[in-house]
Each structure stands twice: as C-alpha cells, then as structure tokens.
Design a protein around this ligand. Structure first.
Ligand code: SAH
Length: 392
C-alpha cells in the first residue's frame, strides 16, 4: 500500500472526520491507479487513516478508516452495511413508506457508493471507478450482511461507464415497481438509466404538500418529471395541478402516477413544453397559482435552450413570482453541490428584490435523515429547499 503525505491543513481536517481527499491536499499526488489503496500520513509521517483513490467530481478519493489496525476487506464492508441498516430500522418498520436510502456514501462510511431500498430491491449506485474496482467483494459482503433482498440492481454514475444500469442478483424488479411513500403510491422503473421515477430525497417536502400546504390549492409544478410533488398535493386535496416538463415521457409517467392513486388525470394538466415558454404563456394569460414548485436540474439542454442553476436560477424565480397568486407559496429547490445553502439563499433574495416582491422564509428543508450526512463534510448535504410565502 502506498503511503501519501497530506498538507497540514488537510491533515487536521481529516483527523476531525472529514473523509474526502482532494487533489490540493497533496503536495504531489501524481498518477494513480483507480481504486488504489492508500495510507495517509501527515507532514511528520504520523498515521491519519486508510482509504482509496478514485476520481469523483472534486475529490480524488475517500478515507475509510482512522484505525491503523483495521483492514479494508469484506469484514469492514459487512460491518458498515449492518450499521447502516440498523440506523434505518424505523424505515424498515414503517409500512406506509417502502422506499428509502439504506446507505449514503461517506455519510455511512464508504465514499463513492449509495444504496437505495425499493420495496425489497436494492439499487447500488457507483460514483467513481476506484470503488467500482472492488465491486465483487462489496456485493459479497452486502449479501452476507443483508441476505433477505428480493433483487439487486446497479447504476454506474461515473462518466465513461459502458452501461448505466444492470441487474446483479435475485429477481429482476417488475416494471413498474410500485413503492409507497407516506401512504401514496409511486410507479418506479429501476431497470433502466439512473432515474427511477422518484427522487427519494424530497420525501419530506412531498409529505408537507400532502398534509398541509396543498389542500384546496392550485399548483404549478415546473420540471415536474413524473409529477411526484403534484400527486402528493392532490392526495392532500389540491384542487388542480399543472405539470410542466420538456420530456415527452413525462406525460405518460405523470398520468400513471395519478391513476395508480385513484386520481383522475383529467382534473390536472400535464404539459410537455419548456418551462420558460410555459411561464411566458402563463404570464401573458395572467394565470395565477397558489403554489409554484421550482425543482430544476443543475444543468439541462432542451431543443431551445440550456439552463444552468448558477446562471439562470435567479431569472427563473423571477418568472415564477410573476405567476404567483397573492399570499402564494414558492417552493424553490436546488440539488447541486456547487451552491451552498447561503449562496442559494442569496439567489432567492436577489430574485425577490429584483421583482420588488415581499416574502418571508416560511420553511426550509435539507436532506432527510436516511440520507445520512457526515457532519464534518457539510458539502455533501447538497439539497436545499426554500419555502417562501408572499406577503403581498
Ligand atoms: N421535480 C422533479 C424532478 C425533476 S428532474 C421531481 O420532484 O420528481 C428534472 C426534469 O427537468 C427532467 O424531467 C427534465 O426533462 C426537465 N427539464 C429540464 N430542462 C427543462 C426545461 N427547460 N423545461 C422543461 N423541463 C425541463
């Protein structure tokens, strides 16, 4: 195993429990083999921890243990999986929610892998090639720690992967696989691509839309994908939702989500159109909504335009404010690690000031508890949801 020295500030940060290894932590990292096991030491050559190297966004590897005696082997992986499962016992016991995150990468002690539970099936997502070199050993350990799986599917999320999704073991999941979340059903498709039909990290926002905010309201759901926010609001008594997404698939998928919950899709609108074009149209026709949901991707290219959160979100919020009813609610969400909470807060504020709109921050959400975050590495708490209520 190679021993690598890190700079003083990096050493202190890693000793505190930060697990990400960044290129600038090293004086000279040089070339490395993806998955290479390394021992990290400080400038005095004192042991800090053991981990592996693997390129992922801004990191070049992850620390896995601060214990010199601990081997990174199947016993290690097995133990991490068991600890993670024990921490989710309330989720396993809750019959009204059958999909959640079992294992959240570095938050659960292994940077580079997440595992989601979908009604007995487990979806592994691999975020760098380094950890992927150890996949056989990791799957073996998983099957020992959690033997009662119905099936295992993997998603490869690093860029030069040849296949995005593949079946690994057990039964092939049915299509659709119906999961439940707070009693609402969602149709998921977990055998293709990496989007399953639902983003589990928005569970608490959907719950609030169902239990509280949505009742009796009209809702504009932009970047609506399969309409999950709308279904939750409609189950909670929203009078009408308008779902806007540029992808053709969204029409059939959203219709399906309404139907499996006994809702009539004809009571709602599902529009396949660019969000910015819809907002123009809505403004021209003076349409107003009690709630507007903004949950765009970090970056997207449609036929007509590109959208990037950093450049275009302020403008998007401004457009949304124009179609918000008096005392309306704006739910603005961003899931990019490139913006921290305060950056996002400032963007929301800037949009309000540009439009001369008075509003206050009614509520705020971060990742739910199954998306466990290492407190020493707050950057991994990527989800930011700001809920504003217009006061005029
Ligand atoms: N809010 C959704 C998830 C959004 S995923 C949920 O809670 O489930 C991002 C979606 O944005 C994708 O479905 C994509 O088709 C859509 N999209 C990206 N750019 C768009 C644009 N300019 N106009 C409309 N839809 C867009």
């Amino acid at each position: 195993m190679r021993t690598l020295e890190v700079k003083t500030l990096a050493a202190n940060r890693l000793r505190k429990g930060y697990q990400a290894l960044e290129e600038y932590d090293f004086k000279a990292l040089g070339d490395f083999k993806e998955g290479e096991a390394v021992e990290i030491v400080d400038q005095q050559n004192k042991f800090i921890g053991k981990g592996y190297l693997g390129k992922e966004n801004r990191t070049v590897g992850w620390l896995l243990t601060a214990d010199k005696e601990e081997a990174i082997d199947s016993t290690f992986f097995d133990r991490q999986f068991r600890i993670a499962q024990r921490a989710r016992s309330a989720f396993y016991a809750d019959e009204s929610t059958t999909a959640f995150r079992l294992f959240n990468a570095d938050g659960d002690g292994i940077g580079g892998i997440t595992i989601d539970y979908y009604d007995g099936y487990y979806i592994f997502s691999w975020f760098n090639k380094g950890i992927y070199t150890r996949r056989e050993e990791i799957y073996q350990a998983f099957k020992v720690a959690i033997p009662d799986f119905k099936g295992i599917v993997e998603k490869v999320r690093f860029s030069d992967a040849t296949v995005a999704s593949r079946h690994i073991d057990g039964e092939v999941p049915p299509e659709p696989l119906i999961i439940k979340e707070n009693g609402i059903q969602y149709a998921t498709y977990i055998n293709e691509g990496w989007m399953t039909g639902i983003f589990l990290d928005q569970r608490n926002v959907r719950r609030k839309l169902m239990e509280d905010w949505g009742t009796g309201k009209t809702i504009l759901n932009t970047f609506s994908y399969t309409g999950a926010f709308s279904v939750a609001a409609a189950m909670g008594g929203a009078v009408k939702t308008v779902n806007v997404d540029a992808a053709n698939r969204s029409k059939a998928k959203t219709t399906e989500q309404f139907e499996i919950n006994g809702l009539n899709p004809d009571d709602h609108e599902i529009r396949v159109i660019d969000v910015f074009d819809y907002l123009d149209y809505a403004k021209k026709h003076e349409l107003k909504f009690d709630i507007v949901v903004l949950d765009p991707p970090t970056f997207a290219r449609t036929k007509k335009r590109t959208f990037s959160v950093e450049k275009d979100y302020v403008g998007l919020i401004q457009e949304a404010l124009a179609v918000l009813a008096d005392k309306g609610m704006l739910i603005a969400s961003s899931n990019t690690w490139k913006l921290d909470r305060d950056d996002f807060y400032e963007m929301v504020n800037e949009a309000l000031e540009n439009e001369n709109v008075d509003a206050y921050l009614l509520d705020e959400y971060r990742l739910p508890e199954d998306f466990k975050v290492n407190e020493q590495y707050p950057e991994s708490d990527y989800l930011k949801v700001m809920v504003l209520e217009k006061t005029n």
